[in-house]
Design a binder for this molecule. Sequence first.
Ligand code: PMP
Length: 456
Amino acid sequence: MTGLTEQTQSWQQLDAAHHLHPFTDNQALGQKGSRVVTHAEGVYVYDSEGHKTLDGMAGLWCVNMGYGQQAVIDAITEQLKVLPYYNLFFQSTHPTAAELSALLAQVLPAHMNRVFYTGSGSECNDTVIRMVRHYWASQGKPDKTVMISRHNAYHGSTMAGASLGGMKPMHQQGGLPIPDICHIDQPYHFEEGGNQDPETFGLERARQLEQKILELGEDRVAAFIAEPIQGAGGVIIAPDSYWKEIKRICDQYHILFISDEVICGFGRTGHWFGCQYYGIEPDLISMAKGITSGYLPLGAVAVSDRVAQGLLSQGGEFNHGFTYSGHPAACAAAIANIKLMQEQDIVTRVRDEIGPYLQQQWATLADHPIVGETRGIGMVAALELVENKVPRTRFHKDKEAGMVCREHCIANGLIMRAVGDTMIIAPPLIITRTEVDQLVATARKSLDDTWRSLQR
Ligand code: PMP
């Protein structure tokens, strides 16, 4: 911790002594010292040492409209003055929840007109499990309880969210998954496709869903849940053949399809929701993050007319809800954020202008000696680090190539995330072309530095 200002050292010491960080080896971090992020503007974050860093991850894939949006800040402030808190239980609502629900119905796919509020993406997916089971029970099918998900999916950190997710290290801590959740393989062609062409591989992976349903029996399976693009798993984009086949299977066997849009929602793919990019109609959508651009925590589960009708027609209480379901200030943030997105027509900009530009520039990194593949859609992209391109081999695990690359990126002024040896970006949607150029140039320099470090 030498060479740092006294103020930084003081914050690091307080943090090391009293704070347990999420997804962190806290002992190792305590010795190294946290990076103290103090403020942010546009697409840049600043730390307590005065470093300015381009936030290539929009925080945690959430600050879609960038930092410092005055309209969102004002809406939150005004709401806090008028009604800082009230709940949606016991036959109450408040104006911001009612207005946001209508606004969401406007931007959601046409067949979805109702939402249930939560405080986060994880809470959305907990809600999804209970709602889906409640729905099937209401249809006289109480045995339809099994949720099928995918290995290496990420659906949150609560017991149910982490169970739905397919991350082994998460399952190992806490005896997960909880009962009646199972997983099929992911459509990750680069890593698991072998010599198969992508389309055959995509079909084969989709048909694992059919096999699983047949194995369990249609009368036991409630739903299939998936991210349109697997985010935390490494920006995994299924081959074109995959989604049509998944939808065929869900329809044929009468199981619900849940699109986890916590990352893909709110413009990331150049559509309001990632399922629209693929032309698939989900029964439920989980959303969070970009709904407020991360300014306040909020999640929502969108429900199709058919499922809503099923739930409503039977009457009876849904015994589920959170103190902060639809927190007024969070709803106000979401309304202001969505209106800003509409005013700036940001989703069209991502689809037609800045998304294609980012993808075109990002693809130029494919010629780098340690890049085995680049891929992306809209404002999310990945590249695979390899030691040799032909035949393709990864770096030895002990070299931790992804972590080495991430550290070089930070030193060079760019936040890029490492998932194993996959490097990923999801910058704010408001990023300019000049900033995209800077992002890609810094990524290239960091790849050069990584290559040099790994040769030592
Ligand atoms: N689903 C997906 C697809 C996510 O990416 C995440 C968070 N990265 C979650 C759910 C969980 O959201 P939260 O962290 O808000 O609970």
